[in-house]
Ligand binder design. Structure first.
Ligand code: PMP
Length: 365
C-alpha cells in the first residue's frame, strides 16, 4: 500500500510535485506474477552460475566507475556504436528521468503519445515540462503520424515507445526517421521491449543519420535483470555528454555493472527463451481471443493488452481466487476494461487462459 503524504508536508513540496502520490505497483505476492513484464523464465542455469561467480569477486570498497566503462564498451561493441554513444543508468527509469532533467524543464515541450508508459508524463511534469499529448487511435492504438509530425516540429522532446507499453504497437523505422527530421529537439525511441520484436524493427540504424535520436534499452526484460536495475541509451556523443552531465555519478553499483556485463557477454544464451516467449505470446493471444467477449490486440512485446467485460473485477478474482497477478489498466484513459498480461511460461499461460475462461463463464451463469 502506498504511503500517504500529510497536508503539512504537501504544503512544503515543490509545486510540480504537490499533487503526486508515491508509486504503487499494486504488487501482491502471488503464485503466478504476470504483472510487470519481467522474464518469468529466469536465467538459464549456466548463465546464472557465471553471474554468481562474477559477482563473488567484485570488490565493494571502491566507488563504481561513473560511466560504467567496461560495460559501456561491451554495449558499444554489441550495438556497433562508439563507447561515447552509450550511457548506462540505474534502470531505464533513471535514464528517462535524466533525459527530462536535461532536455525538459520550464518553457520546454514534451510530445507524448498515449496510451503509453505513464512515467514519461510523470517525470516531464515533475521538472515543469509542458506535455503535449498526441493520442493514439482509440481502436488500433496506432500513432497518428500527421498529428505527431506537426507537434514534433516545435517540441524539445518527443517520446515514442516501440513496442508500446501497454498496447504492443511498433513505430516503423521510416516513421522514426521522419520524426527525427521534423523535431528540432531530441527524439526518444523507448525500445525496452524490442528484443521481443524482429531485428528489422529497431530504430538503431538511424543513429548513424540523426544526432537527435536516442534509443533506450534495458536489461530488465529480455535479459532477466529487473532486480539489478540496469538500462542504457544509445545516441550521439553530444546527447550522451548532456546525460552524463546531469546524472548522479555513482548510480549504477559495481554489482549491477558486473551483472550486466555477464549478460552482455552471454546474451546469445537468452535467444531460445526469447523465441519461446514470442511463440507463447501467440499461443496466449489465441487462447484468450477464443473466449467469448475478449479482445486481444496484436503485440510485438512480451505482454498482451486484453479487453474483457468487467476487467477490474476479473483482475481481482484472478488475484484473490487464483493467485494470478496481472496489471489493471481499466481506469486508465483510453483503456476501458483493459488488462495487461505478461507472457509467462507455458504452464503460467495455460493457468491464465483456464482461469479467465472460468471467471467469464461464471459471470455469465
Ligand atoms: N520503458 C518502458 C516502456 C517500460 O515499460 C519500462 C519498465 N516498465 C522501462 C522503460 C524501464 O524499465 P527499467 O527501469 O526496469 O529498465
Amino acid at each position: 500500500m502506498a504511503q500517504s503524504i500529510p497536508e503539512s508536508v504537501r504544503a512544503l513540496l515543490r509545486p510540480s510535485a504537490a499533487s503526486l502520490e508515491p508509486y504503487d505497483p499494486a504488487f501482491t505476492p502471488s503464485r503466478i506474477n504476470l504483472s510487470a513484464n519481467e522474464n518469468t523464465y529466469g536465467l538459464p542455469k549456466d548463465v546464472h552460475r557465471k553471474l554468481v561467480d562474477a559477482l563473488a569477486s567484485v570488490p565493494t570498497n571502491r566507488y563504481p566507475d561513473p560511466m560504467s566503462g567496461e560495460l559501456r564498451e561491451a554495449i558499444a561493441a554489441w550495438h556497433g556504436v562508439a563507447p561515447e554513444q552509450v550511457c548506462v543508468g540505474n534502470g531505464g527509469d533513471e535514464l528517462l528521468f535524466n533525459l527530462f532533467l536535461a532536455f525538459g524543464g520550464s518553457g520546454h515541450v514534451m510530445v507524448n503519445v498515449p496510451p503509453t508508459f505513464s512515467v514519461y508524463r510523470l517525470y516531464a511534469e515533475l521538472v515543469e515540462t509542458q506535455v503535449k499529448d498526441v493520442p493514439r487511435d482509440p481502436e488500433t492504438f496506432e500513432v497518428d503520424m500527421g498529428a505527431l509530425l506537426e507537434a514534433a516540429r516545435t517540441a524539445n522532446l518527443v517520446v515514442v515507445t516501440s513496442p508500446n507499453n501497454p498496447t504492443g504497437n511498433l513505430l516503423s523505422v521510416e516513421d522514426a526517421a521522419r520524426l527525427c527530421e521534423a523535431c528540432p529537439g531530441v527524439v526518444l525511441m523507448d525500445e525496452a521491449y524490442m528484443e521481443f520484436a524482429s531485428a528489422e524493427d529497431t530504430a538503431e540504424p538511424l543513429l548513424a543519420r540523426y544526432d537527435n535520436l536516442v534509443v533506450l534499452h534495458t536489461f530488465s526484460k529480455a535479459f532477466c535483470l529487473a532486480g539489478c536495475r540496469v538500462g542504457y541509451v544509445l545516441s550521439s556523443p553530444g546527447v550522451i555528454g548532456a546525460l552524463a552531465a546531469v546524472r548522479q555519478p555513482y548510480s549504477v553499483s559495481v554489482l549491477d555493472q558486473t551483472a550486466a556485463q555477464v549478460l552482455a557477454q552471454e546474451r546469445d544464451a537468452l535467444a531460445s527463451t526469447i523465441a519461446t516467449i514470442r511463440s507463447e505470446r501467440e499461443r496466449l493471444s489465441s487462447g484468450l481471443a477464443a473466449l467469448d467477449g475478449v479482445t486481444v490486440w496484436p503485440s510485438a512485446a512480451n505482454f498482451l493488452l486484453v479487453r474483457l467485460p468487467d476487467a477490474h473485477q476479473v483482475r481481482c478474482t484472478l488475484r484473490d481466487e487464483y493467485s494470478i497477478l496481472v496489471r489493471d489498466f481499466s481506469q486508465a484513459p483510453g483503456l476501458r476494461d483493459c488488462l495487461r498480461i505478461t507472457v509467462g511460461t507455458p504452464e503460467e499461460n495455460d493457468a491464465v487462459i483456464a482461469a479467465v475462461s472460468q471467471i467469464l463463464e461464471r459471470s455469465r451463469a
